[in-house]
Write a protein that binds this ligand. Sequence first.
Ligand code: ZN
Length: 615
Amino acid sequence: MGEGRTIVGRRALGRFWSALLCLPLLAAPFALAAASPKEISVPTRDGRRAVIEGDLFLRVPVPKKGGLAAVAKRYTGDAAREKDLLPFNRVRKGRRLTEARVPAALLTPAYARELQAALFPDDARTKEGWEHRFERGSWSDLARWFTGDAGNAPNLKAANKKLRTLKKGDHVFVPYGLLREPFRRFALPGEPAPTPATGAPQGGAPSPQGAGTAPPIAPPVVPAAPASPPVAAPPATDPRALLTYGKDEKGAYALYRLQAHEALYSAVVVRFTGNVSAPDVNALALEIAQRSGITNVTGIPIGFPVKIPVDELLPQFLPADDARFVAWQANETRVGEVPKPTHSASLDGVVVILDAGHGGLDRGAVKNGVWEDSYVYDIVCRIHQGLESRTKARVLLTLMEPALGLKPQETKSLTPNTGAVILTHPWFRQESTAETKVEVNLRWYLANQYFERLAKEGTDPARVVFTSIHADSLHPSLRGTMFYVPGTAYRSAKWSQSGAAYEKFAEYKAKPIYTQTDEEQVQTEGLSRQFSRCLEKSFKDRALPLHPFQPTRDHVVRGRRAWVPAVLRNTVVPCSLLVEVCNIANKEDAELLKDPAYRQAIAEAYIDALIAYYS
Ligand SMILES: [Zn+2]
């Protein structure tokens, strides 16, 4: 929640009267506010005009040379966008267009910022979305300006329950899921600003007519963003630099000194031990507190030494002479040497096997009014649709809900996919919850048979990707997406299932037992991690929340055990990944998952990452 939102008072009636009394006084110095909120024009700091004419536009001068195409190139980053500008810029016969309207949705982030600074100088992009300081307009106006769709007014209202009536100075919160482009791409405070596609305004911009008194000012120098910005909080240096090691009567420990604003469960337990489930995090935090002599976990002084049992540490945090650390480091080296896959930026020849994580009688995690199966299925449908329309990739599915087909659902309230089937031969439809394990195993049998068939048909194995989409239920303080890759250390060389439950399926009959060499598994881990790095970057680029410490993991830690989920552990596809799109035990993440715009953003970030992986 943004800090500003707490400012809102509860005495709505009192505020109403005081607002009414202040109105004539306030209105006088703001001549602009007196105009209809649908028609506002403000000069920008660079001498253009930021206008509200129903929607938001930047009014810019049209150069004699190049015309509207030059405008499109400069302000949207793409000359071909000229056709998108035409409907907003009707030219009268025999006259030259001297000023053009560029809709906010098409502006590069740098020009969108110029527009924002003029129209909404007190607004800010926040981690959760956007904070708007209310000046004028209705809920529908705000929805049109900030979400791109006036129809989002009820959603925007719902996100601001404390605001019964809109008053000047109120803080209106726009959740990220609703926020339109290009505001979504605005850098967060402290992050490098995005580099504009065709450069920020250069030199003194020509002053359009009616620009008012503000003379053109040279734009501030925008620092170039690093090619690949760091994704998570940990520094690039050895993460063990934060720890020292010792021993007490209970055995070996790692010592960490708590920093300002750090909490034991997140900064210590989640970060260093990899535990994420609520009971595990709470139990281990208690154990660590007792061992460290902490009596009040909510009032730990800054710099207080916290003892973490060495046995609980993730391998990368172990002392250098620990056998687990040595093995981990050796694996890292091998995985890091795996060469990149062959290029195919259009994804020509690429096949993506998509696995919607749950369905049928297995709904997956259920929390805060959402559940896994139908919500992750909707994301799979969106990835499928996007890949088919944007790229040349082929999509194969492990699961389908025949009643729904593959059409994305543009609604917040989905219904459970009780009729979902695994697309084996014959189809598998769960008849009791006891069959959930069979369903899980049939997923990888099917994925493996897809892969073997593709290989036989001549598909390059390096152009097949397997992705299972899930949503997790973790400690409620955690937010964001996590990616699981199949850690070589957690896999076996041979695996199979047996029993009557499997024998009727062609996929099982074709090959009941799988084997893989260590070398093949290292290859898989290497490629999968390359893909996950692309995913981390594209999620970051779209400002989608990522898990704060290790967004990519090679195993699950739960109930003091470590393993790779079966659907990943047992697939033979050389690039295999499991995505936990968010933590539905966290209320904000659960709200995001309900939002079709968020599900679409996840799908698009996935496709961008796949293109980057093959570029
Ligand atoms: Zn799941």
